[in-house]
Design a protein around this ligand. Structure first.
Ligand code: ATP
Length: 365
């Protein structure tokens, strides 16, 4: 193992009865990295985290933390900090006692406990709540305390299992910012479990996308979004318009496609190899489509005429549903850009490099 790796999962497998719920999971996490496990409900995120935490044992494979094999080592001997979806603070203890709990177990001196608890409460921006009880705090404050409690022991690894799910949208965003700041400030190696792709993109250095217990892709947020390894990854992260069609021609400069809606388009080559006549799924993201009122404004390679069916104002941007033959395409435009009316003819234009092509007529599972 390389020296700067804090965590390594080697061929980890977990079965429940006959069902393999985590299959051949391989991952290396560098010191200070924040890695998200992202995927739909039931894909195996929590099971993997629970194996790292020591709540479950893998059936196969090795789990290494700081160079030591951890299979069979009890959770409390793994030097972890953990925060869960529910706040899990002890209700009968004050905030100070809650945060100090792990330090007391480690027989840290009273003087040091006082110093470290005060410091960590400052860090989560709640320096004046030490004497209160959990029920006297808001949901967001309680979750900050849960984070403080996880950090106070200065763990090797911080495990976060959907810590923002129980908060309302505004608080969620606030705490998300706060967690990013904390993670960067302290530099603690972190694994973050979420089914929220925006949270994963925002918080992580790298994302592990999981589906049905299998790793679909491991990569930096930019790569996951712009270079998806599979149709599943592309459709799970962000919004995308899907069309079906066939490969009309494979050329040096790209693929010529014929959509089932009747129009032709060009896509840039990616890693996948296609043959002429092959049935494919074609995707373009709403924000990559340029909407033009006049035909002469649409000068790109892929230009299609359509009719506005619906517009939805969403503050910073407006989403328009544009019908092209029997296909409906969502386009995201700047709200200030223009006023569109129902039934208006428009011209959509997008670049070949923004077209994603996958084999078959839908392999998103
Ligand atoms: P969620 O986002 O809903 O929490 P997840 O991705 O964390 O989902 P897991 O909780 O890891 O998914 O579950 C993975 C699969 O394993 C699911 O099909 C689940 O039903 C199954 N599973 C989890 N725990 C057990 C168990 N103790 N016994 C049997 N099956 C289990």
């Amino acid at each position: 193992m390389k020296n700067n790796m804090d965590v390594e999962l080697i061929n980890i497998q977990k079965k429940f009865g006959p069902n393999i719920v985590v299959d051949n999971f391989n991952l290396q996490i560098e010191q200070g990295e924040c890695v998200s496990f992202l995927g739909p409900s039931g894909c195996g995120k929590t099971t993997t985290l629970n194996m790292i935490a020591g709540f479950l044992e893998p059936d196969q494979g090795d789990l290494i933390i700081k160079g030591k094999r951890m299979n069979g080592v009890p959770s409390n001997k793994r030097d972890l900090g953990m925060v869960f979806q529910t706040y899990s603070l002890f209700p009968h203890m004050t905030i100070f006692e809650n945060v100090a709990y792990g330090l007391k177990l480690r027989k840290v001196s009273k003087e040091d406990i006082l110093k470290r608890v005060s410091k960590v409460l400052e860090l989560v921006k709640l320096p004046n709540v030490a004497d209160r009880y959990p029920k006297q705090l808001s949901g967001g404050q309680r979750q900050r305390i849960a984070i403080a409690r996880a950090l106070v022991t200065e763990p090797t690894l911080l495990l976060l299992d959907e810590p923002l799910s129980n908060l309302d949208a505004k608080l969620r965003e606030e705490l998300r910012d706060e967690m990013k700041r904390l993670q960067q400030e302290i530099g603690v190696t972190t694994i973050f479990v979420t089914h929220d792709q925006e949270e994963a993109l925002y918080l992580s250095n790298r994302i592990v996308v999981l589906d049905h217990g299998k790793v679909e892709q491991i990569g930096k947020p930019w790569d996951i979004y712009n270079r998806p390894a599979s149709e599943f990854v592309h459709t799970f992260i962000g919004k995308s318009n899907r069309m079906t069609g066939i490969v009309a021609q494979v050329q040096k400069q790209g693929l010529s496609l014929k959509s089932d809606a009747g129009f032709s388009l060009t896509a840039m080559h990616r890693d996948q190899v296609f043959t002429e006549g092959e049935q494919v799924s074609i995707y373009v993201r709403p924000e990559k489509i340029n909407l033009c009122i006049q035909e002469q404004e649409a000068i790109g390679t892929n230009v299609v005429k359509g009719v506005v069916k619906l517009t939805s104002f969403l503050g910073a941007y407006t989403e328009c549903e544009v019908e092209i033959g029997h296909v409906s395409v969502t386009v995201r435009i700047q709200s200030a850009q223009q006023q569109l009316s129902h039934g208006q003819t428009v011209f959509l234009e997008w670049k070949p490099e923004d077209v994603f092509v996958f084999p078959g007529k839908g392999n998103t599972r």
